[in-house]
Design a protein around this ligand. Structure first.
Ligand SMILES: CC(=O)N[C@H]1[C@@H](OP(=O)(O)OP(=O)(O)OC[C@H]2O[C@@H](n3ccc(=O)[nH]c3=O)[C@H](O)[C@@H]2O)O[C@H](CO)[C@@H](O)[C@@H]1O[C@H](C)C(=O)N[C@@H](C)C(=O)N[C@H](CCC(=O)O)C(=O)O
Ligand SMILES: Nc1ncnc2c1ncn2[C@@H]1O[C@H](COP(=O)(O)OP(=O)(O)OP(=O)(O)O)[C@@H](O)[C@H]1O
Ligand SMILES: N[C@H](CCC[C@H](N)C(=O)O)C(=O)O
Length: 500
């Protein structure tokens, strides 16, 4: 694609190259990291939290980039030379998204897109929607925390929502692979950073808003404002499916035109989607599903009330996309679950304790997990958990208090310490634990898991919270292989052999 054609896609170009020959240059790829540039690339220098990437345009050009698009500030700080094509844009976030969409020929317009946002439940809800669409034989791309995948393709994800260039490239690949639908987790970071600009969503889902990411967002209102962007006309073209049991969800419902919204609630008959006759069992829940397209009995293998919210959200999304209610109800009962969400670790029928791995890493999700698991654990509930480093510090004491209040034994350990001192993180968690409770504190996560499993008594339940599907641990800037499920299995083997 010619540089000239790409530039035509940007609304906010402040300064065009003076040489028309250069504007005719062929762009072979897009890069937002100067170090990744090679012959024929267009370098898009993004302002970040640490540096303005645009300042690195000389190294991008030296590596073969045909041109660089940078902010006016970066161009001022590192002025262009006559030999280099350096274009400045007024709004780099918008420019990046517009260039990416144009370069990949607007793949977002060729798919029916579903965006799911909220603090918790995005991964579970997107997996349910993908599962329902696949049951209806509709080729679907899924993008989120775990992976980007579609029939015949899977790639582990780095971010919950990819950055604009990678996102548009993946959407284009999904279109080429024959996908009709794209189901995407949309993080608040992605919305704040304009990663999904240029994606016209046919459905937007809001699951809930509770505390997280207050290292990035200044307060809950700022966090909510980012999430709410998905429901603005710039992004949402079709239906909003919103949790009416959530206070922020209620606010959002009130802001939108009534005909654009389907609200959902586990128990409120005024909602567009709701449930009655609920019967909670250790292996799932059954009941009657009420929807704008009729009502039907269902059985879900997912435990916990919060998973009923995820089911309602997913049902609303696919009903709007035209799926048949009977097909949906039958698909709910077949849903295999999501890796690392309430995942049981079972190594033999003789296993005398239950072990569950879950991704709860916020106060709300930890509380939900502990409440959902309690009825099914006849003995003591032992919760092994920690908090991630370089992330919201204020959630740590809250999670400490929740574990102390709701579990019988709280084992405080490391999550991903990242560049923070792991012992300091433990202190932050312990600050929330009342003096009347004696937690077990073991900084090394592998030892904490082993200790909890070996010391458990028959009938006890060990919940390993926070890392779910993750198969790594980030210590400092190093990423090592670490999987809670593997450590749990090893400890269970040792327990079977009586290696206490
Ligand atoms: C807060 C945040 O989103 N940060 C992202 C951001 O980092 P940054 O702003 O610090 O970047 P920076 O270092 O200032 O650099 C700015 C730009 O200059 C470029 N650069 C920099 C140096 C250089 O020599 N040359 C050069 O080109 C960089 O490639 C970058 O594009 O841009 C980086 C590169 O594009 C991202 O890797 C980084 O994500 C970090 C790793 C991250 O952890 N993000 C998390 C918090 C995140 O996005 N999480 C949400 C999920 C949250 C949830 O719902 O749970 C997600 O969607 O995954
Ligand atoms: N609807 C929900 N409401 C509250 N908690 C939930 C909900 N769904 C799942 N959870 C809890 O939150 C954890 C994370 O769930 P899930 O991965 O579906 O959310 P997510 O929004 O994708 O999270 P993240 O943004 O961190 O990737 C689960 O392991 C479970 O403990
Ligand atoms: N998307 C979240 C995941 C957190 C998972 C938890 N294990 C941690 O490392 O804090 C984040 O990056 O904040």
């Amino acid at each position: 694609m010619k540089l000239r054609e790409l530039l035509a896609a940007i609304d906010s170009v402040a300064q065009l190259p003076n040489s028309s020959d250069l504007a005719d240059a062929e762009v072979k790829g897009l890069k937002t990291n100067s170090h990744a540039c090679s012959e024929g690339d267009l370098f898009i220098g993004m302002p970040g939290t640490r540096v303005d990437g645009g300042e690195f345009w000389p190294s991008a050009i030296a590596s073969g980039a045909v041109a660089a698009i940078v902010s006016a500030q970066a161009a001022e700080k590192n002025p262009p030379t006559p030999e280099a094509v350096v274009i400045s844009a007024n709004d780099m976030t918008q420019a990046c998204a517009q260039i990416a969409a144009a370069f990949y020929d607007y793949p977002g317009q060729k798919l029916k897109l579903v965006g799911v946002t909220g603090t918790n439940g995005k991964t579970t809800t997107t997996h349910l929607i993908e599962f329902f669409l696949n049951k209806a034989h509709l080729a679907t791309a899924l993008m989120g925390t775990l992976y980007t995948r579609w029939p015949g393709f899977v790639q582990t994800a780095i971010h919950t929502t990819p950055f604009a260039v990678e996102l548009q490239q993946q959407l284009a690949a999904a279109v080429n692979a024959g996908c009709e639908f794209g189901v995407m987790e949309v993080s608040s970071h992605a919305l704040a950073q304009g990663r999904v600009l240029g994606c016209p969503f046919e459905v937007g889902v809001f699951t809930n808003l509770t505390q997280d990411h207050l290292d990035y967002h200044s307060d809950m209102e700022d966090y909510f404002a980012a999430k709410a962007l998905l429901f603005s006309p710039e992004y949402l073209k079709g239906k909003a499916i919103i949790n009416a049991d959530d206070s922020y969800g209620k606010q959002l419902i009130n802001r939108l035109p009534t005909e654009q919204v389907w609200s959902y609630s586990v128990s409120e008959p005024n909602a567009d989607l709701w449930m009655s006759d609920l019967n909670y069992q250790p292996n799932g829940v059954s009941g009657v599903l009420h929807t704008p397209k009729g009502e039907i009995a269902f059985r879900s293998p997912l435990v916990g009330q919060y998973n009923l919210e995820n089911v309602l959200a997913a049902v609303g999304a696919v009903l709007h996309l035209g799926l048949d209610l009977e097909l949906i109800a039958s698909a709910i009962s077949d849903f295999p679950g999501v890796p690392g969400r309430m995942e049981r670790v079972q190594i033999s029928p003789q296993q005398d304790i239950s072990v569950i791995v879950d991704y709860a890493h916020t106060p709300d999700s930890l509380e939900n997990l502990l409440k959902a698991a309690r009825p099914f654990i006849p003995g003591k509930m032992i919760c092994v958990f920690g908090c991630g480093g370089d992330r919201d510090r204020t959630k740590r004491p809250k999670m400490g208090k929740i574990a102390a209040d709701l579990a019988d034994v709280a084992v405080v350990t490391s999550d991903n310490p990242r560049t923070e001192d792991p012992e300091r993180i433990l202190q932050d968690v312990l600050a929330g634990i009342p003096d009347t409770v004696q937690p077990t504190v073991i900084c090394d996560r592998a030892t904490a898991i082993r200790t909890a499993i070996l010391q458990a008594e028959p009938g006890d339940g060990v919940l390993l919270a926070g890392k779910g599907h993750e198969d790594y641990q980030i210590l400092g800037t190093e990423k090592i292989h670490f999987d809670d499920r593997e450590h749990a299995r090893d400890a269970l083997q040792a327990r079977l052999k009586n290696e206490v």
